[in-house]
Design a protein around this ligand. Sequence first.
Ligand code: ZN
Length: 288
Amino acid sequence: MKNTLVRATALDNNIRISSVITTNVVEEARKRHDTYPVATAALGRVLTGTLLLTWGLKEEGSITVRVLGDGPLGGIVATANPYGEVRAYVQEPHVDLPLNKLGKLDVGGGVGKGMLHVSKDLGIKRPYTGSIPLVSGEIGEDLAQYLLISEQTPSLVSVGVLVDTDNSVLAAGGLVIQALPGASPIILEKIEENLKNVKPISTLINEGCNAEKLIEIYLNDIDYKVLEERFVNFRCKCSKERLEGILISLGKKEIKDIIEQDENAEIRCHFCNKYYNFDKEELKKLIK
Ligand code: ZN
């Protein structure tokens, strides 16, 4: 299925909706980072949620979500831009946990207690960062809380990842509904009430719902207007030049030690897991 992000508005522009299918994007992240199921689900939810928050970003802008919990997964970081490009990593990809009480992958247990930070880089001045304590570590609730507290926008956030028995990603995606100041205060409650009869989002996607169909199901009898649809994909803009900067920041002494001891350095990009090798000659150039 097409992995696209759809944006829509409803009720005279008083609520706005973003909906995204990320099955292939999360599968790409899983392969790059070799994540186990609970890590795949956590990383996939953060990555999906980050794409959902890109509304309003201009050309040079980006948004970074950092979920820093004390659970076995460690930190989870994702960055997305307005072109639907996202990159993400989880600190500990090889975490295995028993299913939670509901029989689902225990993302909350893997994340633990901690903080959620959302940084918006609008490409003009310094990035703006909003932070909240994690509510449950299940990501959807945490992002909704962030939107309520930091952006004063009551919101409903669903993010879901369905992992297959062979550990690959069967379905992934998410949806956010934001009530803007002119919206009736009870509109989200009404939508939430309706959702009690709706299947989990990853099940809907696995059954073939595309991004727009998800909006139709979530809004039930509310009319909406689609504003745009764009493809989403996993993309990291790392390069050897950018990673040179990391080496240089280690300091000349450290680089000299590497040259003497190992003769070369292998630097890994956290976001996409790509390795860059610097040989002796290249290292020497860095300390000139
Ligand atoms: Zn990279």
